[in-house]
Design a protein. Structure first.
Lengths: 483, 152
């Protein structure tokens, strides 16, 4: 096992695998849902959101260009996907389900919200996963109904942002309204450096944009709350006092974030321990890494760069409570509190109402007969669904394979460099150990002046040598395995 | 810097109001994610009577990422290297966000009671340990007396 302070794999965010840290392509279809939320406040919102979720749940049915998870996406496409994902992470007061929301409150940092937001939104609307609730820092059992309502009224939609995160401190962002920001990058820089800068600026801009989007949503929330208080006309998306009280009087502390959230919480399938959705979306597979073996201290340790990329693994997340493999949760939605998307309007909720589900059928403003995900029937609330950690990050296998490919490419490159060095300098890597390998490559050319060797020949030789080395390598490792 | 998550605040409070026997952990005044830690050597182990100083740091992604812990006191142990770094599963692959500062420190105390030379960090110590366990334990005892005895 390695030392304590470093992460197992340090390369997973470099090179081509960088795309993997972003959202999977399945959230592609979410733009319309996220942006139309501001304008149209009709049942179409439900449709839009449900459809956006469906894209994810169905594993993104064919997009016109670049089909397939391994298809190389252009920078532009990757950035669009990231931006759509960031829009999905904005908490909007009118996108609520049973008193909770479609996006996290903000207990964990933005760059760690790399789950598939389309899938998660779909699961929440379908009541298969608890919504994201606004947490309370503490809860006191002695609080009266009035006190609880007052506290809930003062809750923000989202945690405050770190306005100037260190990583973006000196990164220019330019005019956010203009999509093109090439003018921020010095054209005389080398291509690689330009690309690095572009990516950094994009991230900084996205961070800032998301902050502004959330602030806009916060303002709308506040304005509408004030309006609703002044006018007699109710805002149907805002919760009734009964709903506020119902939500928070029966909450509990999540054992991972230690925050107080309304129930019911998701339960681990294996040991029935509660976990809030904000924490659940943080539980992920291990990044691709080589298996950790107990080693014989008297033997030298094999360097990671010498290992076969196909040995890379990524174990499914274990249950945080009992370590059962393949962490999954179940969720039983509240029976008397089906409000918001796919339920009764939150402002109509009353504690007296025998069954909120019945109510929604009578007065349903937000109809629940919304188009469902094809092949994904909305089962009665009572049936229990199991959501695996992998369900919300379905791209793990693609990530793993891409990392394997990256390592394989890197070692091929290393071999090529190694070989070309030998060709140029016959003494390179000749430690005089006297075994045949240390002689310069291509003895058939040794009687010729090296400078005469054409590029093509050189490439051929490199290729042959690379093949020979890799065959030798294989022999080595298989003989090692046989031991 | 971003505000301190509730979880860290509550854990710190509980560490102070309900301390673990044989272990202390106090946050630094100017960085509440940095803790000064002492662990008493377990009774019956070569580290008995020693008081070991450690530092513990809660990274930004805690509790999704394990705390970073290091021995500051020199110690002779197959799973702790010369820099004080610790080879312990719960600090690496077996970390779970349901674990806490408290449980991590208890695991470290348990590691002192039962070293695992087959999964070493300090290779030379592990080799000694496998070759001659008694002699290795004597060395560990000597080092404890030398480096981990509280100064009066
Ligand atoms: Zn939680
Ligand atoms: Zn469990």
């Amino acid at each position: 096992m390695g030392n304590v302070p470093t992460k197992l794999d340090d390369g997973s965010y470099q090179g081509d695998s960088r795309t993997n840290t972003s959202v999977s392509s399945s959230s592609n279809s979410n733009t319309s849902a996220a942006s139309s939320g501001n304008r149209s406040r009709h049942a179409s919102l439900v449709n839009a959101i449900l459809n956006s979720g469906s894209g994810g749940a169905m594993g993104s049915p064919g997009h016109s260009r670049n089909v397939g998870p391994y298809a190389r996406k252009s920078t532009r496409e990757r950035e669009e996907i990231k931006e759509r994902h960031a829009k999905n992470l904005v908490v909007k007061y009118d996108e609520n389900v049973d008193g909770g929301f479609m996006a996290p409150f903000g207990c964990y940092s933005f760059d760690k919200l790399d789950y598939d937001s389309g899938i998660v939104r779909g699961l929440i609307v379908n009541r298969k996963l608890a919504p994201f609730y606004t947490p309370l820092q503490d809860f006191d059992d002695s609080w009266s109904r009035m006190e609880i309502i007052k506290i809930v009224d003062g809750l923000p939609l989202h945690a405050s942002f770190n306005e100037n995160p260190e990583e973006f401190e000196d990164v220019p962002i330019g005019n956010l309204r203009k999509p093109n920001f090439d003018y921020l990058i010095d054209k005389s820089l080398p291509k690689k450096e330009k690309r690095r800068l572009h990516s950094k600026i994009f991230q900084a801009r996205l961070y800032r944009k998301r902050m502004l989007w959330q602030e806009k949503a916060n303002e709308t929330f506040l304005e509408h709350k004030i309006e609703a208080r002044k006018n007699t006309s109710k805002n149907k998306y805002l919760p009734s006092d009964d709903l506020k009280y119902e939500l928070y009087k029966n909450g509990s502390e999540c054992p991972i974030c230690f925050l107080y959230v309304p129930g019911p919480l998701n339960l681990s399938k294996c040991c029935q321990q509660p976990i809030c959705t904000e924490c659940f979306v943080q539980i992920r597979r291990a990044d691709p890494h080589f298996p950790h073996e107990e080693v014989d201290p008297t033997q030298p340790v094999t360097d990671d760069s010498e290992k076969d990329p196909n040995l890379l693994i990524s174990e499914a997340a274990n249950c945080p409570y009992c370590a059962t493999p393949d962490f999954s949760i179940t969720y039983q939605p509240p029976e008397g509190r089906r409000t918001g998307l796919g339920g009764e309007p939150p402002y109509k909720f009353t504690s007296q109402s025998q069954s909120a589900v019945e109510n929604s059928e009578k007065h349903g403003v937000l109809t629940k007969e919304s188009p469902l995900v094809e092949g994904d029937d909305l089962k009665p609330a009572k049936s229990v669904h199991v959501i695996m950690s992998d369900t919300i990050r379905p791209n793990w296998e693609v990530r793993l394979n891409k990392e394997r490919m990256r390592l394989a490419r890197r070692s091929a490159n290393a071999t090529a460099i190694h070989v070309s060095n030998r060709l140029i300098d016959p003494d390179y890597n000749n430690d005089g150990s006297g075994n045949g390998d240390s002689s310069p490559v291509g003895t058939n050319t040794s009687n010729r002046d090296r400078s005469d060797v054409t590029i093509e020949e050189l490439e051929n030789q490199m290729l042959n040598e690379a093949i020979r080395l890799s065959l030798e390598d294989k022999k080595h490792s298989s003989s090692r395995q046989r031991k | 810097m971003a505000s301190l998550p509730k979880r860290i605040i509550k854990e710190t409070e509980r560490l102070i109001t309900d301390p673990v026997p044989g272990i202390t952990a106090e946050p630094h005044d100017d960085n509440l994610r940095y803790f000064e830690v002492t662990v008493e050597g377990p009774v019956g182990s070569p580290y008995e009577n020693g008081i070991f100083q450690l530092e513990l740091y809660l990274p930004d992604d805690y509790p999704m990422e394990a705390p970073k812990v290091r021995f500051l006191t020199k110690i002779y142990h197959p799973n702790i290297d010369r820099l004080g770094r610790i080879c312990l599963d719960v600090l690496k692959t077996n970390w779970s966000p349901a674990l806490q500062i408290r449980t991590v420190l208890l695991s470290i105390q348990a590691l002192l009671a039962s070293p695992n030379p087959n999964d070493p960090l300090a290779n030379d110590v592990a080799e000694d340990w496998i070759k001659d366990e008694e002699a290795a334990k004597q060395t560990a005892k000597k080092w404890s007396k030398l480096y981990a005895t509280p100064k009066q």
